[in-house]
Design a protein around this ligand. Structure first.
Ligand SMILES: *Cc1c(COP(=O)(O)O)cnc(C)c1O
Length: 393
């Protein structure tokens, strides 16, 4: 765009105050802070030429299991594979029902359909955006063979009642922890545990923009069950325990050593990264407090929210207009997710489009996520909040 003296004087504010280079997730600034350690870690893998498997992946598995507080961690190629392998390891059969919220990233549900299982959608709470427990209770049938709560936007689902219902019906729980690694949950007896440590199996993603992101694709699967861990490991490795003896149909889902090396540099910083996200969320909360058009995200009292996303609900303004106007002022925002899973073309054979999910259907039109990452400055936050307030005003 060419700027003439004229346009500068006719839009003095826009030109003077427009902030350069705001991003939803700023991975470059984060990298700059850890560059020597990351570069050395990557170089050491190249020097070793152990690109697949090897000590980096093994050490990461041990360190991840210790961090989450479970017995077994199995690194794999990405978070979607992690969910698929989890379902495969549970031995589900075509037609078995899997309960998940519709208000999630499509990957949670795609793997259900891929394995010819039947997705059964439940609603979410309008304040915390996580699985509605009453909706879950009503959705259980004799065919229910798994429940997948999603810790959406960095907030843990209300696991205590979910686990109780699952136990009552003897149904395994797979936590989708792709967005909440580093978060935690406190049970009514006071016990506080990490997200991803409560389910029969839990899954996470190391996609670069996730709270613990690598520099490519990556994921991991967690469990306390030794037999299940064995099956998960085999499935991720072509169904073999002993090389070239394939006991079951599996897939090829490996985390490469370069990604493991990057993750081993970043894992010790994860708690700090989560705290930085929460500080940015605090700033947003304060700036928007009491604004009638803006509902800030609610933090469940029994959880430690790690703000993978900072997601507002807008009231009485057109969300898509706000999104556009923010973009005009150089402020990125995202709609997670514009079409909930139950309405996706992908699932048309399941006829879920008209499912009774009033909260999900409402949220689809009002949510908007603002820039959220570990490097947001007060100056940037001030600029973003000032403009959001002006535009929604
Ligand atoms: C990112 C994500 C996944 C998938 O992870 P990938 O590593 O991208 O395959 C699954 N579920 C949720 C909720 C996610 O946000």
């Amino acid at each position: 765009m060419t700027t003439t003296a004229n346009t500068v004087t006719s839009h003095p504010q826009k030109t003077e105050h427009r902030m350069q280079n705001l991003q939803m997730v700023d991975l470059k600034r984060q990298y700059n802070k850890i560059k020597p350690a990351v570069d050395a870690a990557i170089q050491s893998v190249i020097d070793s030429t152990a690109f697949i498997g090897g000590p980096q992946v093994g050490h990461l598995a041990t360190e991840m299991a210790a961090y989450i507080g479970v017995e077994h961690a199995i690194p794999c190629a990405n978070g979607t594979d992690a969910l698929q392998i989890a379902l495969m390891a549970l031995g589900l059969q075509p037609g078995d029902e899997v309960i998940t919220p519709s208000f999630t990233y499509m990957a949670t549900v795609e793997v259900v359909a891929l394995l010819k299982l039947t997705p059964v959608f439940v609603d979410v709470y309008p304040d915390t955006f996580t699985m509605d427990v009453e909706s879950l209770r009503k959705a259980i049938t004799p065919k229910t063979k798994a429940i997948i709560p999603v810790h959406l936007y960095g907030q843990c689902a209300d696991m205590e009642p979910i686990l109780a219902i699952a136990k009552e019906h003897n149904i395994p729980v797979i936590e989708d922890n792709a967005q909440a690694i580093g978060g935690s949950y406190t049970f009514s007896d006071g016990r506080t545990v990490k997200t991803g440590s409560m389910g029969t199996i839990s899954c996470t993603s190391f996609f670069p923009s996730k709270n613990l992101g690598c520099y490519g694709d990556g994921g991991a699967i967690f469990t306390n069950d030794a037999a299940l861990a064995e099956r998960l490991k085999m499935i991720a490795n072509h169904g073999q325990k002993v090389r070239y003896y394939h006991e079951m149909v599996g897939c090829n889902s490996r985390l490469d050593a370069i990604q493991a090396a990057v993750l081993r540099v970043k894992l010790p910083l994860l708690d700090e990264y989560c705290a930085a996200r929460r500080t940015a969320a605090d700033f947003y909360d304060k700036a928007f407090a009491g604004n009638p058009r803006i509902t800030t995200p609610v933090r469940a009292a029994n959880g430690y929210h790690v703000f993978h996303q900072y997601t507002l609900k807008l009231n009485g303004v057109n969300r898509d207009d706000v999104h556009k106007q923010l973009a005009d002022r150089g402020i990125p925002s995202m709609i997670y997710y514009p079409v909930p899973c139950h309405k996706q073309e992908m699932l048309k054979e399941y006829n879920t489009a008209n499912a009774d999910l009033p909260v999900t259907n409402m949220l689809q039109d009002v949510v908007i996520s603002l820039p959220m990452h570990t490097e947001l400055t007060e100056e940037e936050l001030t600029y973003i909040t000032k403009n959001v307030i002006e535009i929604t005003g």
